[in-house]
Ligand binder design. Structure first.
Ligand SMILES: *Cc1c(COP(=O)(O)O)cnc(C)c1O
Length: 469
């Protein structure tokens, strides 16, 4: 039997509803103005449905209207920036915020938000301080550099370094290192923006020390090396090392800079990860300035770190761009505990979240995928087939795409003859309270489990149980 239909004449009044007990908590939570506006819109759509004859009489109870309004208010006030599950297989995913920070960093950020902090205040002398000094000592201790400074991101660090050291001068760079990083960071563009003149030397595949030497003239202000993070030239190749370039630069009284990109502070091969030049070895090789990112392999907040010769770092600090590009207290609060973890390299894989994810053994990831498979299969029911499968993760954020990590996860495919759709499933997962982001490839939705921490597993499972397909 058809449920009785609602009549437009029975739509309750705004005033009566606002005084009904069902609305008390909504008013307390969202405020009268907002509730009244949304309630009017809600009643109007109910009126239209009643006129069309498609509305059940039950939908007009105070409780039914209250819960409809609650859903509307909740949807309208959800924050735009939300936690997601990164099951893309790319650990340092720029679009998903790169490094996930360790607990220590999260705690420090909270503290720095809740109370005034000595951001630029020297607690010993009681005088005005310099915000960089909060992490400078640690950076020098870890890298062997004389001094350090910090800006908003590594692109800013490169811009500042070029502007402060080589403005209106020539900067000599190998043709093989004129890279573009995602998000429109191109070395030639940054050079122009900094007011320097780019002098390209060598060829795409081979550059020799003599190429740099021949390019040095009276206008030369800097010799620079850029880490070709995201691409690789192999075959008949040659490039000049930092130490060779430093020797040349210093013989000609020219500073030598290196943009390391990821800039690891530790030899990653210890954990079977690809070899990355470390900041320490670049400083030791004689580079006068080294720049690197805070939120790539370092595993910290977005930041551009610069270490090197004290006189050059002082020059960067005095430059007006430093003021424009400086970091806030939240960044410094997060960075300090992350750097401090590097004092004990042996415990890093347990304590540094990104390294923990990067170094997870595939057998452990496989066990997790096997454990989760039946739960996901039950949730998606018989229109989809869920299998656990080996996969390859990527480091991401400027690491080489060819450097992959063996991983494991779930592959979801539409069962032939059933009315499943990967598009629809993907959309549904994106619409969850904590969206699940995988990747569609080869007629399957792949969910790489490398970045699903054991702490997050229960919340992940809970969402699948509530999934309405
Ligand atoms: C990633 C990268 C940059 C840009 O760093 P951000 O921190 O993303 O601004 C610059 N240079 C190199 C070599 C990089 O790999």
């Amino acid at each position: 039997m058809l449920a009785p239909r609602a009549s437009p004449a029975n739509i309750p009044s705004v005033d009566r509803l606002l005084n009904s007990p069902a609305f008390e908590t909504l008013l307390a939570r969202y405020g009268r103005t907002r509730v009244v506006t949304d309630l009017r819109a809600c009643l109007e759509s109910l009126r239209q449905a009643a006129i069309a004859g498609t509305l059940d009489a039950d939908s007009l109870s105070d409780e039914a209207i209250g819960s409809r309004l609650r859903a509307q208010l909740e949807a309208g006030t959800a924050p735009a920036l939300r936690a997601v599950f990164n099951l893309t297989g790319t650990v340092l995913h720029t679009n998903l915020g790169r490094a996930v920070l360790p607990e220590e960093a999260a705690d420090a950020v909270l503290q720095s938000m809740r109370a005034p902090v000595n951001l630029e205040y020297d607690l010993v002398t009681g005088r005005r301080g310099e915000r960089d000094t909060l992490v400078e000592k640690l950076l020098c201790e870890l890298t062997g550099a004389e001094a350090a400074t910090i800006v908003n991101n590594n692109a800013a660090a490169v811009l500042l370094m070029l502007s402060a050291v080589a403005s209106r001068r020539d900067v000599v760079v190998s043709r093989g290192e004129l890279i573009e990083i995602g998000g429109s960071f191109r070395i030639p563009d940054i050079m122009r923006q900094a007011g320097t003149r780019l002098v390209e030397v060598g060829t795409t595949n081979r550059t020799h020390l003599s190429d740099y030497a021949d390019a040095i003239g009276p206008r030369t202000g800097l010799l620079m090396k850029v880490h070709t993070s995201n691409y690789e030239i192999s075959g008949f190749t040659h490039s000049v090392s930092v130490s060779e370039l430093a020797e040349l630069g210093h013989a000609r009284s020219l500073p030598v800079a290196a943009d390391l990109g990821s800039g690891s502070l530790i030899d990653m091969t210890r954990w079977n990860l690809p070899k990355e030049p470390t900041v320490q070895e670049t400083v030791a090789a004689g580079a006068d300035l080294v720049s690197f990112s805070g939120d790539k392999l370092l595993g910290g907040p977005q930041a551009g770190l610069l270490v090197g010769r004290a006189d050059l770092i002082a020059k960067l600090r005095k430059h007006p761009l430093k003021r424009a590009l400086r970091v806030g207290k939240l960044t410094l609060a997060a960075l300090e505990p992350v750097l401090a973890l590097y004092r004990d390299p042996d415990s890093l894989p347990q304590r540094l979240t990104t390294l923990n994810m990067l170094s997870r053994p595939s057998s452990e990831i496989q066990a997790q995928a096997v454990r989760l498979r039946p739960i996901v299969q039950t949730a998606v029911a018989d229109a989809y087939a869920v299998t656990d499968a080996p996969m390859v993760s990527q480091i991401g954020s400027g690491a080489l795409p060819v450097d992959t990590l063996p991983s494991h996860g779930l592959a979801i495919r539409v069962v032939k003859g059933k009315r499943g759709s990967l598009d629809r499933l993907e959309r549904l997962l994106r619409g969850l309270p904590r969206p699940v982001i995988g990747r569609v490839n080869d007629k399957a939705l792949w969910l790489d489990m490398r970045c699903l921490s054991s702490a997050d597993e229960a919340a992940f499972v809970d969402q699948w149980r509530k999934l309405a397909l």
